[in-house]
Design a protein around this ligand. Sequence first.
Ligand code: MN
Length: 485
Amino acid sequence: MKDNWEIVVGLEIHAQLNTQSKIFSSASNHFGDEPNTNISAVCTGQPGVLPVLNKEVVRKAIQFGVAIEANISEASTFDRKSYFYPDCPKNFQITQFFHPIIQGGRVFAEVEGKEKEFFISFAHLEEDAGSFKHFKKFGAVDYNRSGAPLIEIVSKPCMHSAVEAASYARAIRSILLYLGVSDCNMEEGSIRFDANVSVKKYNEQTLRPKTEIKNLNSFNFLQLAINKEVERQIDLYEKHPDKDPKDVIQSGTYRFDAEKKQVFLMRSKEGADDYRYCPEPDLPPLIIKKEEVEKIKTEIPELPRQRIIRYHQNLGLSLDTAHQMVEQKTISEFFEKACNTCKNKKSLANWILVEFLGRLNEKKETFFSLNLLPENIASLVNLIEDKTITSRMAKQIADIMVDNPEKSPEKIVEENPEFKPVSDLSTIEPLVNAIIEKNPDSIEDYKKGRKKAFAFLVGQVMKETKGKANPQIVSDLIHKKLGDL
Ligand code: MN
């Protein structure tokens, strides 16, 4: 049944810009302090106060606009969106409704192994509201967040599955993080997703009513909520095939209950008219000169997509590995540091993403919580490269490193005789002689130029020593002996 239906999703992403002060006042823009300590007359809406636009907010917004290849408006304006709620002391929010600062733009995201392009409709600046908390017998409001700078990024309805929506959201988050303009901390609510969801039959030219699911704060919930909502809509349409779609799906604002895994209607949709949008008389138009944008363009750091391409083309990582490595900026930076001293970057990537992250996830730790040093991971890979240790030993050493992050792999090798490869010729030579004697067939094969035969002989000696012989010395010795034969 689902096959007849096309899913249409657009996302609105609110991200807090990490400036020192708020968007229209000098109050601190800091999360986690005592309630109502980072406030001023402006963020609490006292009579007679005037907003003053924070330049740094504008600079960060332009950086984002440039990064998504959007047009930066030469003149944008601020507007009032009226609503009454305790989290909004002025009874209106200052936003950009008529002329947003950023128009258009696109991002590329990886969807199930393939690269896909997604489009942004516009992005605007606005102030955040305070947070209203419900207690048993009363409600209380904390204005620390009131006036925090937000960029709201509105996509075109260009996503056609929950997976695509999550990929797009990840790509936007990653750009904001690489630019360093937002902390994008989901638990602290510094990035929040609203999903606009509708479905239509494939042959229909127009969209059916959409519902908006508010304030999703994880990629998981985003995906789950979209899937649940799609299911709900299709179900209802199929139960009422003859009804007008408008009478089947009630356009409106919904919330997702993560425990019940269900969406609930919060309020039926208010139109733009209900918000009485009007120009903000206390702020002049925001004029941005072309030269200013050009200057900011030169300051943009390497972005995730460029980095993925560089890892793939210059370092030889597979596209998939490059994506994984770049997804978290902190991990990517750790990798970059380790690269400085590592002889095999492809192998290094695998040791970081598979071996170490695997061990760390199991312990619910990170490279940073344990203070594991990138140069130590690089050393471990180098020890394998130099054939000082075997891969099997390296895995055991990695276990020890995770338990004792202060120890370098060299130190661990030094302290543990079982990792010290046997390099003593008087031990290795008799073994090599014995193996050569026992395997005349392999010698013949080797002489015929079969490389596998050589590796087999090395392997046999390694086996005899339970993997402890220095593989470089073993292979040198076999080479020499076979050359002498
Ligand atoms: Mn908004």
